[in-house]
Design a protein around this ligand. Structure first.
Ligand code: DCP
Ligand code: CA
Ligand code: CA
Length: 378
């Protein structure tokens, strides 16, 4: 069994980076106005009810020294800070613009790229660095320099064998940090950390774990899985156990740019005839599929849309367990969806459309298949 798990680990050896921009909104403000750099800077979301009502969005590290953190009320932040502190309203548009430019830099260094939120992204760099953590470290330094040179911002980077470890690694050393956790270091890296470092362990869960005698991730790793399942349910129990030993096989998923590909077209005449509709839908499938091939995407979701004679718009969709890129699967699914739809609706259709979404990079899909075959052989 142990052998089997090691085999899987080698098959899937990955190098994942999490890049997180330091005190992002406040750092953007410092960049725009460098005279702020040596003062406490607090970016606020004013509610508008009274002058100081609202919450702190984020603060620079000088302000944090006085206990000013995201989420606290503005009046409290004012109490904690002296006169030279600068309070600024949030300027989301500006931060979005800076974020977009930085994400472009990050994307250019990744085999697979996944932006999560405005100021962080996962980069799967396994192929780029040929599985080497040393090379990944050099790449991370290069990325930091590039972001600094081109956008005048610092970031913190975590490198690990998966997303879970990379994320915790990035959080451990801030600002301007770089933390590398290799396979063999995962256990010793995680075990002394408090359980609250794990995604999904909030205040309530932390308390509950405390009553079980679990404070650190190491405590959690030693805790009986069956007991965890009894307390937290099957899904969470297993997740907590795997997370505690640093196991996570979530892939870095491309998303954002292309959310869906769709085509819609008007029928020759209003109709409820499945054959006529499918004939038109098949043409649309061909066009959609050509786009998929061009962009090297596989899809997991298929949708149909119909504009009825009364101009109402109806849609139906289906999501598969595994991504595919096959035209025949697309056509078959579209036909089934229209068939079902016609049974449920009385009206004639005027226009019909086909949509695919939930994309997976074709390269990534192939990799998943290879891994699966690799597994099956063992
Ligand atoms: N943000 C917010 N309200 C919160 C948390 C965050 O408005 N409760 C905004 C402001 C942050 C940005 O999101 O700048 C990114 O959030 P992070 O959690 O990454 O925090 P920072 O980038 O501010 O700080 P750090 O240096 O700890 O990453
Ligand atoms: Ca951040
Ligand atoms: Ca962040």
């Amino acid at each position: 069994m142990t052998f089997f798990i090691r085999e899987v680990a080698t098959l899937q050896a990955r190098v994942i980076m999490l890049v997180d921009l330091d005190y992002f909104f406040a750092q953007c403000e410092e960049r725009r106005n460098p005279s702020l750099k040596d003062k406490p800077v607090v970016v606020c979301v004013y509610s508008g009810r009274s002058e100081d009502s609202g919450a702190v969005s984020t603060a620079n590290y000088i302000a944090r020294k006085y206990g000013v953190t995201s989420g606290i009320p503005i009046f409290l932040a004012k109490k904690k800070l002296k006169k030279d502190a600068v309070f600024l309203p949030m300027d989301h548009e500006f931060y979005e613009e800076v974020s977009g430019k930085i994400m472009r830099i990050l994307r250019s260094h990744a085999d697979f790229f996944e932006q999560v939120g405005i100021d962080e992204a996962y980069l799967d760099v396994s192929q780029k660095v040929k599985g080497s953590f040393e090379e990944a470290k050099e790449l991370a330094q290069k990325i930091k320099e590039e972001v600094k040179a081109q956008q005048k911002l610092t970031c913190s980077i975590g490198i690990g064998p998966n997303k879970l470890v990379a994320k915790i690694a990035a959080d451990i050393q801030k600002p301007d940090g770089l933390t590398i956790v290799k396979h063999e270091q995962v256990e010793s890296f995680l075990s002394p950390l408090p359980v609250s470092r794990l995604i999904g362990v909030g205040r309530k869960t932390k308390k509950k774990m405390q009553t079980l005698g679990i404070r650190t991730i190491g405590d959690l790793a030693k805790y009986d899985v069956q007991r965890l399942i009894e307390v937290f349910g099957k899904k969470l129990g297993i997740y907590f156990h795997n997370a505690s030993i640093g196991v996570d096989d979530e892939s870095v998923q491309e998303r954002g740019e292309v959310e869906s590909i769709s085509r819609i077209s008007t029928l020759k005449g209003d109709t409820r005839d499945l054959k006529v509709i499918v004939e038109k839908a098949n043409q649309l499938c061909d066009e959609v599929h050509a786009k998929l091939v061009q962009r090297e995407l596989g899809f997991k979701s298929v949708g149909i849309v119909a504009v009825m004679v009364d101009m109402s718009v109806r849609s139906r969709s289906r999501t598969f367990e595994n991504p595919t890129n096959e035209l025949e699967v697309l056509k078959k699914t579209v036909k089934e969806l229209f068939e079902k739809f016609l049974n449920e609706s009385e009206l004639e259709a005027r226009r019909v459309g086909v949509k695919v979404s939930n994309f997976v990079k074709e390269q990534e899909r192939q990799k998943q298949i290879t891994n699966f075959i690799g597994l099956a052989k063992n």
